[in-house]
Design a protein around this ligand. Sequence first.
Ligand code: PBG
Ligand code: ZN
Length: 327
Amino acid sequence: MSFPIDRPRRLRRNEAIRRLVREHHLTVNDLVQPLFVVPGSNIRNEISSMPGQFHLSIDKVVEESKRIFELNIPAIILFGIPEFKDPHGSNAYNMDGIIQRAVRMIKRAVPNLLIITDVCLCEYTSHGHCGILINETVENDATLELLAKTAVSQVRAGADIVAPSDMMDGRVAAIRKGLDEAGFLDTTILSYAVKYASSYYGPFREAAGSAPQFGDRRGYQMDPANIEEALREAELDLEEGADMLMVKPGVAFLDVLAAVKQKFGRITASYQVSGEYAMIEAAARNGWIDRKKIVMETLTSFKRAGADFILTYYATEVAEWLKGDGE
Ligand code: PBG
Ligand code: ZN
């Protein structure tokens, strides 16, 4: 059947029919809000590289978490900026570290909000790399033990889901073993299975003070030119016990997201990262794009590509927009 019998425009004639035939929908259930926690109290400082996002002290993060829970967003992901950094990133696995304290306070205030913790050392190491160094190279196997320790300490504090973002080989298995030995058999691992060495993380690194002091992350994060390797990474993480996968960044890697989702049929998340957020904000602030429409179109494209949920700095705002919205 073809034109003039078939006229696809018949299904686009008005908003009611467009709603009826719409294939993909973004809902509040798809959203995870990232939050940055800093030491101190009563702090809510706008992050210069990510306008509209804030450095929050624990009391303020608790307030924000309550608001997020009331908006019916299922989960937050926490990033910590520690009091001090050292070569071994010891504040990542200190029971009194910034994340561990924040998790305890949030759990007490909003027990039913899922807390995801990012498991990595780069925010805590003085050199800014995601693992520990031996002669200026990131030592894979020595790092695994510290990552497992970090995850266990976060879960002891009350984290529901741990999300390793370091890209060391074998980290999912090491974390699963650590959690199981500590009795946390039911704690979920969301693996940043496919994480590219991307320039889109720039604004985050400024926000977290986690830019590497020398070199770059290309020795452990993936080459943006590769997709076969992405499938291999996802497969390995599933074999090691990942409950859910993530592909990161978002828009520039939607093909990878679609391929991972199609090949494994497992829960697969996507992360609209800091650089993607900053680019939309910059264009919107110049009046060059319609901010709300661009955000909704972009996040819906993640759903179309196969994302089960999305980590996005827009989560809270989108949840507000979706309230009482028939779309
Ligand atoms: C830590 C981590 C990073 C991001 C999430 N976890 C930064 C990096 O790998 O350098 C980036 C998130 C964003 O850009 O929004 N490894
Ligand atoms: Zn890292």
